[in-house]
Write a protein that binds this ligand. Structure first.
Ligand code: PMP
Length: 409
């Protein structure tokens, strides 16, 4: 049996704790700006119309069943998922330098990548340190440390400008030991909403090249950030064009609204070389072994939905329209919030609200102010001052702006 105290009480996951507190609050004014899930203008979850259509395709298919998928998942999904990231004409695809595995959404993809690197990416028998942005998605830390990969941080968010600390980021990456692993958010950085510009991405790539660092891209918001799938894949495509060997964790939770269905993929891309296709085959064989021991095979429903949409030109076009609806509503909420704060003359600069992109905004509110918003106004957000923009709508944005105004003064 376990010795006494061998299993200490762990703290509740802060984000899911926040969701519980919100649920228990019976104020009619309550506002949920915690978890990163899209809400429509009525504050309700939104099943994408294109997802409803794909669901109907499944329901009308007399051959549909509940059999196991192969270990690597649904091939009709993984091949299109790779194209979506790399672009249809990508030489990496035609040269067979890409190995793709369907995973338990983005979290499972990050985990599979972590496990793969923990096992195989070693120098003189030791794991390399993985650099995470400060701050980053909270789960990154525990996923990598759980598999024994040491983590370190690179500066990312500049508290003064509420934008990118580009100099800090560059100098830390330039001074990190050669062949470190660097985790990069492909677009719509969580939690800050701050992304490098295309020119800054080029400089980041040059440093990683120079230092022989290994890029690990996490992409959870393609198409959801700008409304344009190609634009949101720009950083990844640039790195692939530059000839990096890299890995990508891809989530379909936000851009398909398939959160609980756990649809995602992990991709390995080999650098261009005469034996690159062989390297990729070897990687695929090891990924299959890891996948088998972890989950045997991935879930089928979300994979079918995404693959039906990705493989049908008419549904694909409709998906892009749905993506523009979601990103457009979020961008309009950014504009509304900023202009309300400026109208109220709320102390401080608020341009970062519209400069930042994607699901989240790092408001710059202090932990104390966050607490006051919760106690006095029933507004729920993480204590680092992050708000999920999707929680704002035409009915509550003014209430939120006035509440912020009151706690900032
Ligand atoms: N990475 C980042 C940066 C994220 O924001 C998220 C979603 N919160 C994920 C990965 C993965 O989420 P999921 O497992 O739901 O796809």
């Amino acid at each position: 049996s376990f010795p006494p105290d061998a299993v200490p009480q762990a703290p509740e996951d802060p984000l899911f704790g926040l969701a519980r507190a919100y649920k228990a609050d019976d104020s009619p004014n309550k506002v949920d700006l915690g978890i990163g899930a899209y809400r429509d203008d009525n504050g309700k979850p939104w099943v994408l119309p294109v997802v409803r259509k794909a669901d109907e395709v499944i329901r009308n298919d007399p051959e549909a069943n509940h059999e196991y998928l192969p270990i690597a998942g649904l091939a009709a999904l993984t091949s299109k998922a790779a194209e979506l990231l790399l672009g249809t004409g990508s030489p990496a695809l035609s040269e067979k330098r890409v190995s793709s595995v369907q995973t338990i959404s983005g979290t499972g993809a990050v985990h599979l990548g972590a496990l793969f690197l923990a096992k195989f990416y070693k120098v003189n028998g030791a794991n390399r340190t993985l650099y995470l942005s400060n701050p980053t998605w909270a789960n990154h830390n525990q996923i990598f440390s759980n598999v024994g990969i040491p983590t370190a941080q690179y500066p990312y968010f500049d508290k003064k400008t509420k934008g990118l600390d580009f100099e800090g980021m560059k100098s830390t990456l330039a001074n990190a030991p050669d062949r470190s692993i660097v985790l990069l958010h492909a677009c719509a950085h969580n939690p800050t909403g701050v992304d490098p510009t295309p020119e800054q991405w080029r400089e980041i790539a040059a440093i990683l090249k120079e230092k022989n660092h290994f890029p690990f891209f996490d992409t959870a918001y393609q198409g959801f950030a700008s409304g344009d799938l190609d634009r949101d894949a720009g950083a990844i495509r640039y790195f692939v064009e530059q000839g990096f060997e890299l890995v990508i964790a891809q989530s379909f939770a936000k851009n398909f609204g398939l959160y609980g269905e756990r649809a995602g993929c992990f991709h390995y891309v080999a650098a261009p070389a005469s034996d690159a296709a062989n390297t990729t085959t070897r990687v695929a064989s090891q990924l299959a072994i890891l996948q088998r021991s972890e989950i045997s095979n991935p879930p089928i429903y979300g994979a079918k939905i995404a693959s039906i949409v990705l493989n049908d030109p008419a549904l694909f076009a409709e998906w892009q329209e749905n993506l523009r609806t979601m990103s457009g509503r979020i961008i309009s909420m950014r504009e509304a919030l900023r202009s309300k704060l400026e109208e109220l003359g709320t102390p401080g600069q608020w341009n970062h609200i519209t400069d930042q992109i994607g699901m989240f905004s790092f408001t710059g509110l202090s932990e104390k102010q966050v607490q006051k918003l919760r106690e006095d106004f029933h507004i729920y957000m993480t204590k680092n001052g992050r708000i999920s923009m999707a929680g704002l709508n035409t009915r509550n944005v003014e209430y939120f702006a006035k509440a912020v105004d009151s706690v900032v003064r």
